[in-house]
Design a protein around this ligand. Structure first.
Ligand code: UDX
Ligand code: UDX
Length: 468
């Protein structure tokens, strides 16, 4: 099928590349000429596993890039809207880009087309798109509007697209349902997975995925409810971590005991400095706002957001507890991205914490495997950037781990301790075992677990040596 994807950002680019790998003919449309030119040159603007292979495989064959929206819509049977839906200052989703794209599509509809919401949008958005398109003179039999929310996690977006737990389509007519079923048939009928070069299956993949066909409003709500529930799970375990700190329990052991209940499950129970990214913060505010518009005060979401904000303040207090005064202290910071495996720093807790530490007068040397270029655009020139974790640690008063990159969980600890002026580590993502850190001579702070003092430090005091 010929498919147009409007918006080639984190969502649109992955969606277009994956549709091409399913065998569809795709036109990726964007208003950002620089982005299109870079894509045409073979550059990959975002850090996503397998994306580069898919773009190389299909560029100039099944995957075209264009800024001509009208032409793309005329040529295609389905038009996916994947433009940004950023939060307004009142916390609502800014749907102005979605509306402008819907208006632009109207002028190009001469025969039946399905207009698909791929961006995360509040419930009722499909009604609005239908109104806009009808008001602009498009005959009702020439279009349908569908909702097809994405559940892509950054860093694993291609795998998440090809091996979803479920594909959700919201439709209002049989004809529209048939188009959406045809688009996803390579996955739901399983033959994609038998093709040579298919993206490899992640552990525990559901093959073939379920296709859930529902109404547009239900599909829109499934997306917001899913993200809100995941964020709630994270804030819940962060709140439990704070109680663990008060009583001297170990939150990782509590997580194990809670997560082994199959009704709860172990995933999204990792305590830390809180969630960030372009989705959870924005989607919770949007869901809160649209619930209020529908007459329901979803106060639970306020608490989820408050706990999330509180996590950074609690971590900052730990830094003070470790270092006493912060002015002019030298801090090595590992992690700038909002999570491991991505270069995205949108709403990154690491960036927000660094800004608070700079405000306290700290000197920061940061390292991140993928996000340093984007971080340089938002952090002041006083922040130094290192070429490795060890380079960042040199002569630092303490080392902070703020993003759960795998490489940060397997550092050469003796080498790290040699680099640091003081062997103090504050781990905002619980990547290490406190007993191991103490045995390796570190004073180690983490989330929801007791602080441990370096055994050597303790030993030094008992043998009368002055600790470093
Ligand atoms: C964003 C949100 O992150 C995601 O939650 C939501 O589901 C979709 O919007 P993302 O791909 O991250 O997805 O947005 P972004 O990276 O900002 O990409 C949006 C793209 O749309 C940009 O490339 C922008 O140039 C393009 N765009 C925006 C258009 O082509 N036309 C417009 O009118 C507006
Ligand atoms: C999320 C949803 O998972 C995805 O389904 C949706 O389509 C988009 O939003 P994403 O934001 O890309 O995906 O990343 P995710 O892996 O969900 O992590 C979000 C944030 O939560 C990150 O800051 C991460 O560090 C944090 N997190 C995640 C935790 O703090 N603890 C956890 O257990 C899991």
């Amino acid at each position: 099928m010929r498919i147009a994807v409007i918006g080639s950002g984190y969502v649109g680019l992955v969606t277009g590349a994956c549709f091409a790998d399913l065998g569809h003919q795709v036109v990726l449309v964007d208003i950002d000429q620089a982005k299109l030119a870079a894509l045409q040159r073979g550059e990959v603007p975002i850090h996503e596993h397998f994306l580069s292979e898919l773009l190389t495989r299909h560029r100039d064959s099944r995957l075209q890039f264009s800024s001509n929206l009208q032409k793309a819509v005329k040529e295609c049977a389905a038009v996916f809207i994947a433009v940004g839906t950023p939060p307004t200052d009142r916390g609502e989703a800014d749907l102005s880009y979605v509306e402008s794209v819907a208006r632009a599509i109207c002028g190009a509809i001469g025969d039946y087309k399905v207009i698909v919401e791929k961006s995360t949008v509040p419930v009722y958005t499909s009604d609005w798109i239908r109104k806009i398109v009808a008001r602009n003179g498009t005959r009702a039999e020439h279009f349908d509007v569908a909702s097809n929310p994405e559940f892509l996690r950054e860093g694993s977006a291609v795998s998440d697209f090809m091996y979803p737990d479920r594909i959700v389509v919201g439709v209002e007519t049989e004809r529209c349902a048939a188009v959406m079923q045809e688009i996803y048939a390579p996955l739901t009928e399983g033959h994609y997975y038998k093709t040579a070069g298919a993206i490899p299956a992640p552990d525990g993949a559901q093959i073939p995925p379920r296709l859930i066909v529902t109404s547009t409003k239900s599909a829109e709500l499934i997306k917001h409810a899913s993200n809100a529930f995941l964020a709630m799970k994270i804030s819940f375990i962060n709140a439990v971590a704070s109680i663990c700190e008060s009583v001297g329990a170990d939150v990782q052991q509590v997580c194990q005991g809670v997560g082994t209940d199959r009704r709860i499950g172990p995933r999204f129970l990792s305590p830390g400095i809180g969630y960030g990214g372009s989705c959870f913060p924005k989607d919770l505010m949007a869901f809160r706002s649209v619930a209020r518009e529908c007459g329901y005060e979803f106060g639970l979401l306020d608490e989820v957001m408050r706990i999330n904000e509180q996590q950074r303040g609690r971590f900052l207090r730990k830094v003070r507890e470790a270092l006493w005064t912060l002015r002019d202290k030298r801090l090595a910071v590992l992690g700038l991205a909002f999570k491991g495996g991505t270069d995205d720093i949108r709403e990154s807790p690491a960036i927000l914490l660094i800004q608070e530490l700079l405000h306290e007068g700290c000197h920061v040397t940061a390292y991140d495997p993928a996000a340093m270029d984007r971080a340089k655009e938002v952090l002041p020139a006083t922040v130094e950037f290192a070429s490795s974790a060890y380079d960042a640690a040199r002569d630092a008063d303490a080392l902070l781990i703020l993003t759960e990159w795998e490489e940060f969980a397997s550092l050469d600890l003796p080498r790290l301790r040699q680099q640091l002026k003081d062997a103090i580590v504050l781990d905002g993502r619980n990547l290490y075992d406190p007993a191991v850190m103490a045995a390796q001579g570190f004073t180690y702070y983490s989330v929801g677990r007791p602080t441990v003092i370096a055994e050597a430090y303790v030993a030094g005091r008992s043998e009368g040596k002055t600790p470093r």
